[in-house]
Design a protein around this ligand. Sequence first.
Ligand SMILES: C[S@@+](CC[C@H](N)C(=O)[O-])C[C@H]1O[C@@H](n2cnc3c(N)ncnc32)[C@H](O)[C@@H]1O
Length: 266
Amino acid sequence: MKIDFQETTKDLATRIDIHSKFGARDIDAWMIDLIKLQPGNVILDVGCGSGKQCFSYYDNLHGNAKITGGDVSEDLLNQARVEDKKRNSGMEFVYLDFNKKFPFANNLYDFVSCCFAIYYAENVPFTISEMHRVTQPGGRLFTTGPMPENKKVFYDIIREATGKQIPLMPGSSRYSSEFLSTIKSLYSKVEVHIFENPLTFESVEPYMAYTRASMSEDRHLWSSFFQSKDDFEKIMDQITAVAKKRLDQEGKLVMTKVVGGFLATK
Ligand SMILES: C[S@@+](CC[C@H](N)C(=O)[O-])C[C@H]1O[C@@H](n2cnc3c(N)ncnc32)[C@H](O)[C@@H]1O
């Protein structure tokens, strides 16, 4: 699957902010509870973005760990480096492309994670075998991604507003099928955990901020929706009208994130 994807710093930050303000649950706390990191762990976070998970691991282990984050976006890596410097946490943030051999030796890491990013890999068996290669025997991989029932309201509103078919999402269309079966084929043990987080919106503005940060043209995932530059604003207006109508009828909009956490042992 050819993936034309470049996350923008602003869109990612907007979505993270909306999750923390409108979500009922904290996904970082769920993850930390599940993965049970050990002091001294050597950790790699792949597709680390601006370092959200790396900083959460660092805080959980009170700095007693060697943590590396890898990402293809220099922009996001630089954000992570700035935060790292501010905290004086001594983590490393390096360029890494899912689609190329990882710049690390075999059997190096106790724990490898990939949160909301793995599905941008073009060659699934290649990327997962790279994660497997750099993990030490007995070490673990943890991935998160959207299950097929993720964000139903979000897609329903877009469908109702535009009458268009939702493009195939690289995440929810492949994560619980292709990715899970590849992980199962390479690792000795795999646990599947589900995290459900309802985001409740009582006004249309933050809901539309989330929609804009998800459908922004920079991400290319929605390019079939936008033939010209004006189309983006036209479609945002149509979606706003449907979201407002539902808010008036129901008093709130509840968009539930349904996330799969796959915890695998090498
Ligand atoms: C939705 S963000 C998640 C970032 C971070 N894990 C988090 O949860 O905040 C997806 C990340 O995958 C990265 N990504 C996309 N394609 C990639 C590739 N080919 N190799 C490495 N990272 C990639 C993006 O740059 C982005 O940082």
